[in-house]
Write a protein that binds this ligand. Sequence first.
Ligand SMILES: Nc1ncnc2c1ncn2[C@@H]1O[C@H](COP(=O)(O)OP(=O)(O)OP(=O)(O)O)[C@@H](O)[C@H]1O
Length: 247
Amino acid sequence: MLEIDNLSKHFGGIRAVDGCSFTVPKGSITALIGPNGAGKTTAFNCISRTTEPSAGKVLLEGQRIEHLRPHKITRMGLSRTFQISRNLADMTVLENVICQSRIGGWRDLFKPALGAEEVEKAMEILDFLGITRIAYEDGSNLSYGQKKLMDLAALLMSDPKIILLDEPAGGVNPTLLEEIIGHIQKLNEQGLTVLIVEHNMDLIMRLSHKIVVMAQGKVIADGKPEEVRENPAVLDAYLGGVLEEAA
Ligand SMILES: Nc1ncnc2c1ncn2[C@@H]1O[C@H](COP(=O)(O)OP(=O)(O)OP(=O)(O)O)[C@@H](O)[C@H]1O
């Protein structure tokens, strides 16, 4: 579904992503993990083209996308969330979901405030996520977890084939976390491919079919959760503690 080939991103002398290659199989939940500063978010940014890669290729269903603008990539079926919610000031959840989902390009400048079809679609998605009750809440009044659900709703508005989730569990309380995990599993069962960056190893081990481990800009391991958990390079050098706790 998604193929990352020798991807690099350098910031001056910092090799944030340094020749990374991995694939995200169609229909999978694939996790990208690694210690702080490993280059996961930068890799995400290069894939969704919010950052221009220094080198390498990104292929979505066999088509190269690393040179395309973000809204074109979204139109091709790849959407992402951000570590920090992109809540728009003074807007309700419904308005946020619709406005965040407008995928750019000059045509969006001429759209009316909220179209009837967009509202209907957004309400269906909020219903699927079990959050219609907060549709008319001010987006800035939400808890972390509710914001993550709002972001997920915005993401689903573009009918993606693959979603990139950047730390969906960050700052979320345990009850809402279970809800988020359930939604990700349900979406995946419906055929959506998922690439997820997350520090919560319990969530990663429960959800993922495949794990890619990055450290210092490079991929150091790639395989099934049980293989990665026992990989000495991963255990010894980087994540032994957290992986053992999640076992
Ligand atoms: N815009 C930037 N300019 C300079 N250096 C950057 C920039 N963005 C990231 N870096 C550096 O690139 C490296 C990788 O950072 P990145 O945020 O991608 O790691 P990460 O694995 O997502 O970390 P975390 O788990 O803490 O979010 C770090 O050394 C970081 O300081």
